[in-house]
Design a protein around this ligand. Structure first.
Ligand SMILES: Cc1ncc(COP(=O)(O)O)c(C=O)c1O
Length: 433
């Protein structure tokens, strides 16, 4: 058994000064307590007890180049002496915005923010200002940050969530005013009939349809063929903006994200996480006419740290690596991720553990189910969560860190030897499941 004595002691101590002992509630979901890490390098994390973890959590997505990627830390180190925040522009913003506009699908212009939560808020405000409508349609199981406006039906208990064909919006936290629910329409994902019906029920009211273009947070599930195109077309028909939250999928499902992978273009897309390889940066990218309401209509968006020198430098350096040789790193990432997905599926089958490995090679989930692979949130919550938790716990004992839902984020630092090591550990774990 690995010892976590130092993490446990530090957690107890920290709780006395840091509310709940953590800086994000997401971090409670850890075994046996929120662990304390002293260092990360490449695919590995080192905790205060001296345990080494091959990390498939990767900060929940940002560390696309692994931990402490040399080109990024070098660039940030060089930038430090230039200062941090000016409450003004810096040429690095010009350079980064130009590169992103050249690269990203549908990105006529971009605007920088600091976290995904804020960038989603900006996109929702832009959609409302542009269309003159108040309601946002979102999908059950899709997470768009923790704001009052967006943390709705992200992981609703099914006894509160209403019928699958017309879910009711469920506030995700105490302290959220009930009024926000009135401006939110919730729909089941991956089903065009449900979306059509919801848009008909709220004809002329929906400013934007917001989704994770591949569901990750509510259970990894790709869009069914034709779904994203159909959703985009329904948005057009109803005068609603099509809003893709690529906070996880951007720079992960490929250099140009989920939109390019699945062949659609959103009116506005939101990126964060992998774009700056671990530094805080988010952005909204999209149609010039919509984005220009920031200037023309005085739509407010602010943020002290937006465009800060270090985040700009990190993203520019990360892009150099990610864009090199037309995205060569993604070809390796796809190959290794596919090998890991297939290897895990084969191990599950060999050990007679009913499981479906689903998602994309750089972010996927092991769903423990004897049924078909989940296609939406309700399917995903019907899977065996206790088994996922046991898988997480047992893998951690073998030095492999996945989250409690058995999700795997891959980085370019997860080389073939690491995949082999992971599969050897998973072999032992599947035998115990
Ligand atoms: C799809 C999606 N959107 C938005 C967010 C919020 O981003 P942040 O945590 O940077 O505020 C997340 C965070 O996990 C996310 O996964």
């Amino acid at each position: 058994m690995r010892s976590y004595a130092q993490s446990i002691a530090l957690y107890e101590r920290t709780k006395k000064s840091l509310a709940g002992g953590v800086s994000s509630n997401v971090r409670y979901a850890a075994t046996p307590v929120p662990l304390f890490f002293v260092r990360g390098e490449g695919a590995r994390l080192y905790d205060v007890d001296g345990n080494v973890h091959i990390d498939y959590v990767l900060g929940n997505g940002p560390a696309i180049l692994g931990h402490a990627p040399q080109p990024v830390i070098d660039a940030v180190a060089r930038s430090l002496a230039d200062g941090q925040v000016f409450a003004a522009q810096t040429p690095r913003e010009t350079e980064l915005s130009e590169r992103l506009v050249r690269l990203l699908p549908g990105a006529e212009v971009v605007r920088f923010a600091t976290s995904g939560t804020e960038a989603v808020l900006m996109a929702m405000r832009l959609a409302r200002a542009f269309t003159g409508r108040d309601k946002i349609l979102k999908f059950e199981g899709h997470y768009h940050g923790w704001s009052d406006q967006a943390y709705i039906s992200a992981r609703p208990p099914l006894n509160e969530a209403g019928p699958a064909d017309a879910p009711v919006p469920v506030a995700g936290s105490p302290g959220m005013p009930a009024s926000v629910l009135g401006d939110t329409v919730v729909c089941g994902w991956n089903d065009l009939d449900l979306l059509r019906q919801a848009l008909e029920r709220h004809k002329g009211e929906i400013a934007g349809v917001l989704m994770e273009p591949m569901m990750v947070n509510g259970g990894a599930a790709p869009p069914e063929p034709g779904y994203l195109e159909g959703a985009r077309d329904l948005c057009r028909e109803h005068g609603a903006l099509f809003l893709c939250d690529e906070v996880i999928t951007g720079f992960r499902l490929g250099l140009k994200g989920a939109q390019h992978r699945f062949g659609v273009t959103a009116d506005l897309a939101i990126y964060a996480k992998a774009v700056a390889a671990g530094f805080p940066l988010a952005l909204v990218a999209g149609r010039r006419d919509v984005m220009n309401t920031l200037l023309d209509k005085g739509v407010m968006h602010g943020g002290t740290y937006n465009g800060n020198v270090q985040s700009m430098s990190a993203a520019l350096a990360a892009l150099d690596v990610l864009q090199a040789d037309d995205g060569a790193v993604y070809r390796d990432l796809e190959r290794r991720g596919t090998r890991l997905m297939q290897g895990l599926a084969e191990l599950a089958a060999r050990h007679k553990v009913p499981a479906r490995v689903q998602g994309a090679p750089a972010i996927f989930q092991v769903h423990f189910t004897a049924g078909p692979a989940p296609r939406n949130y309700r399917d995903a919550v019907a899977c065996d969560r206790d088994r996922a938790l046991a898988f997480h716990r047992l893998l951690q004992e073998e030095g492999i860190r996945v989250n409690q839902q058995a999700k795997f984020f891959l980085s370019t630092a997860h080389d073939d030897a690491i995949i082999d090591e992971t599969l050897a550990a998973a072999d032992k774990v599947m035998a115990q499941l």
